[in-house]
Design a protein around this ligand. Structure first.
Ligand SMILES: *Cc1c(COP(=O)(O)O)cnc(C)c1O
Length: 378
């Protein structure tokens, strides 16, 4: 994470690009989701450095907005949340790392236990230290990634002593197709979750990510765990995005060059000028999370940037440290060294960049680079 105090050359106008994270928009998105889930608690998924936006500032903001429970993927990520929020409830989605139970206890973290083996290990650890520490239990309802299988649920219901040593605070599962509200898998997983819960101790329950939170209140249970929607990603893409954009990314023109008709631009000579052209060179590349797959001369839906509100398509392949864009049609003589270039912002959404690159907004956000100036606004 770039920190302005630590790195004087990672400041706006000097760094190749400036990432602006709108904490006010983050707060509004949280409040909107919190409103939507009614009596259920609205937690937050903050794994992957809060989807690339910077976990420390994000969890502070969410906490001020009323969020009490946070989900990270790994123990290393939980450390940052705990440092920022001494009182928060922190779940570690990837479960209990072998022989690390003591670390969870020291940092008051709750593992999301996904196998009978993990359950037994946590239970025995708690018995050994004489404290019934809380944890969640993850049951699989069809995604087949983490979580107890049907058989493991049966094992556990016939041998409840396996889980007797700890405080079973939450039973959760995860939806595979929540970004598509009409997908039949959603209601299948809901039914399966209810059936599995019937065989287990009565605890609080959680099923919904961002998409699940928007499908229907049947998916809310006691706690929802949105991630991408907090950061402005569209939770159900065919529909218009109800969330506010949180991230904006701006760069600056390094130089503008005149290119003769017939000349090519960039690696592989993949772009050829059809007319005398003006090409702006912009210092952001695949090292910065601006994917190489964004350049595809055959797509009708071409990737590009915005300069003074006007679209400029990529001209040539994305390099490690720069892109080249066609500014021939940008009105006026105004594009020059230092002109501001919108990579993501009011005209180009995270979802646009994801679509152009053939990926999802999650990957665009979590790939955001480390050599940006980072600015937090409210
Ligand atoms: C990442 C994750 C979430 C949040 O998902 P979004 O689709 O970003 O809302 C919720 N639950 C689990 C188990 C996750 O891994």
């Amino acid at each position: 994470m770039a920190d302005l105090e630590q790195q004087p050359y990672l400041r706006p106008g000097v760094a190749g690009a400036t990432l602006t994270v709108d904490l006010g928009a983050l707060r509004s998105n949280y409040l909107k989701l919190n409103d939507l889930c009614g009596a259920a608690e609205c937690a937050a998924a903050v794994k992957g450095d809060a989807y690339g936006t910077g976990v420390a500032r994000v969890v502070e903001t969410l906490s001020e907005a009323g969020c009490k429970t946070f989900f990270v993927a790994q123990l290393s990520e939980a450390v940052h949340v705990r440092a920022a929020l001494p009182q928060a409830i922190i779940y570690v989605l990837n479960g209990l790392v072998f022989a690390e139970a003591g670390s969870y206890a020291d940092m008051r973290l709750r593992p999301v236990l996904g196998t009978v083996e993990e359950i037994a290990e946590w239970s025995q650890f708690c018995e050994a230290i004489g404290k019934r520490l809380p944890a969640a239990v993850h049951v699989d309802t069809g995604i087949n990634r983490l979580g107890l299988t049907q058989r493991e649920v049966e094992t556990l219901s016939s041998a409840p002593e396996l889980a007797a040593g700890f405080d079973w605070a939450l039973t959760m599962s995860h939806l595979a197709c929540a970004d598509d509200p009409a997908h039949p898998m959603n209601s299948e997983q809901l039914a399966r979750f209810n059936a599995l819960r019937d065989q287990l101790p009565k605890t609080e329950a959680s099923l919904a990510n961002s998409g699940g939170t928007l499908i229907d209140k049947a998916y809310h249970y006691d706690l929802v765990r949105p991630g991408v929607a907090l950061y402005g990603g569209n939770p159900s893409p065919p529909e218009p995005n109800p969330m506010q954009p949180v991230v904006r990314l701006d760069s600056l023109v390094l130089q503008v060059r005149e290119v003769a008709a017939g000349s090519t631009v960039g690696y592989g000579a993949k772009w050829r000028a059809q007319r005398p052209s003006k090409i702006a060179v912009v210092p952001i590349g695949y090292y910065d999370g601006y994917f190489r797959s964004l350049f595809d001369t055959h797509a009708d839906d071409q990737a590009g940037v915005c300069i003074e509100g006007q679209f400029a398509p990529l001209a040539g392949r994305v390099s490690m440290d720069m892109i080249t864009v066609d500014v021939t049609d940008i009105a006026g003589e105004s594009v020059q060294r230092g002109t501001k270039v919108e990579i993501i912002g009011p005209n180009i959404s995270v979802d646009d960049v994801a679509r152009w690159a053939g990926t999802i907004p999650y990957e665009v956000l979590t790939a955001l680079g480390s050599r940006y100036a980072r600015v937090y606004v409210n």
